[in-house]
Write a protein that binds this ligand. Sequence first.
Ligand code: AP5
Ligand code: MG
Length: 212
Amino acid sequence: MGKIIVLIGAPGAGKGTQARLLEERRGIPQISTGDMFREMKNADTPLAREVQAIMAEGKLVSDELTFQVVKDRTSREEKSYVLDGFPRTAIQAEMLEILAAEQNKKIQAIEVDIPSAELVKRLTGRRSCATCGEIYNIYLKPPKKDNVCDFHPETQLTHRADDNKQIVVTRLATYQIQTEPLLSYYERTGRLKKVSGEGDLESIYWEINKLI
Ligand code: AP5
Ligand code: MG
């Protein structure tokens, strides 16, 4: 028995940053559909090319494929885990109910809330380490040395292809239309908690930590 902790928030809200801290400090695995799709798109298969094209436009991968990936990845988790970026549609939320029942786990949703004005800076300034996945921001959380990871000085930081201004606008709209309605669904069913995604990483972490 364990919990499925669902982090919901706009692109750039800090889901990945906080999920990584929960994994590092509390040993609760971070399961990020975005990260899994980014790994997949490096493969040279028709499916991988399709995923790459969808992500490049800032749209959503199909519910069926996304659910398959989540189901496969979570099947080996006996204890609690964090879902970062899933569910993102009403259908995915329904699929998760079935999965949670099969895995005998309770769902707890946490909204990471942030005003959209802040998001463009967070996304266009984001850089990450291809070796360990550490997330930086050239404006808000710079690495110690320009463009290299603090833990892997041999690795140049990368900039996500979907983190340019034009695609960010589509990603935000996709979030507002498809994902935001899930907040009222979890609220109605008494499973939603909310934290502010503004402020320093540590205080946000402690807020989330208190809730789970
Ligand atoms: P995904 O990778 O999930 O992207 P996203 O939801 O757009 O979220 P981000 O990863 O951009 O933001 P984040 O909240 O993790 O923020 P982060 O911690 O990095 O999905 C990518 C794509 O995959 C989708 O567009 C879609 O195509 C596909 N996909 C994924 N899941 C899917 C699904 N379920 N169904 C269908 N398709 C799916 O932080 C952002 C920046 O801010 C960083 O630079 C960080 O350093 C900085 N920062 C974070 N917190 C703070 C803080 N408190 N103060 C200052 N800076 C901060
Ligand atoms: Mg992320």
